[in-house]
Ligand binder design. Structure first.
Ligand code: THU
Length: 142
């Protein structure tokens, strides 16, 4: 589904703004995400690091977990911005764990907007995670 251009702009603006909320004293790599829910509401997130390193939460998962914890389970787009020292240069593609978490809730054709200096690149979730683990297509029992 093609999204309205103004909604895409809003997602991109909010993802960029969320980089300022990032808590990244260990990597100094700041990430922001803005997630569009099917009802039109937008949830944002930033990366939140931890001295243990392993307990760090990515910006994308912060946004998804915020949204799901408030009753949203269906999403139509996500925008992601990231860069060292809070400056966006190249795109910041979501890590493997975040791709799998997105695939839990999002259609394979959901657009993922990766922000870079001067604009953004658009992918689908399927392009980023072509063969995601899914109990429905594996042998798993629910
Ligand atoms: N990070 C994200 O927030 N999202 C990603 O998809 C990739 C990585 C964060 C985690 C960590 O705080 C920093 O970027 C450097 O890895």
């Amino acid at each position: 589904m093609k999204l309205d251009g103004s909604v895409v702009d809003e997602l991109i603006t909010k993802a960029g703004e969320m980089m300022k909320m990032s808590y990244a004293p260990y990597s100094d790599f700041n990430v922001g995400a803005a997630l569009l829910c099917d009802d039109g509401s937008i949830y944002t997130g930033c990366n939140i690091e931890n001295a243990s390193y392993g307990a760090t939460n990515c910006a994308e998962r912060t946004a998804i977990f915020k949204a799901v914890s408030e009753g949203h389970k269906s999403f139509s787009a996500i925008a992601i911005a990231g860069g060292a020292h809070g400056v966006v240069q190249k795109v910041c593609p979501p890590c493997g764990i975040c791709r799998q978490v997105l695939s839990e809730f999002c259609d394979k054709d959901m657009p993922v907007y990766l922000i870079r200096e001067g604009g953004y690149d658009e992918y689908t979730l399927k392009e980023l995670l072509p063969l995601s683990f899914d109990l429905k297509i594996s042998d798993g029992e629910f």
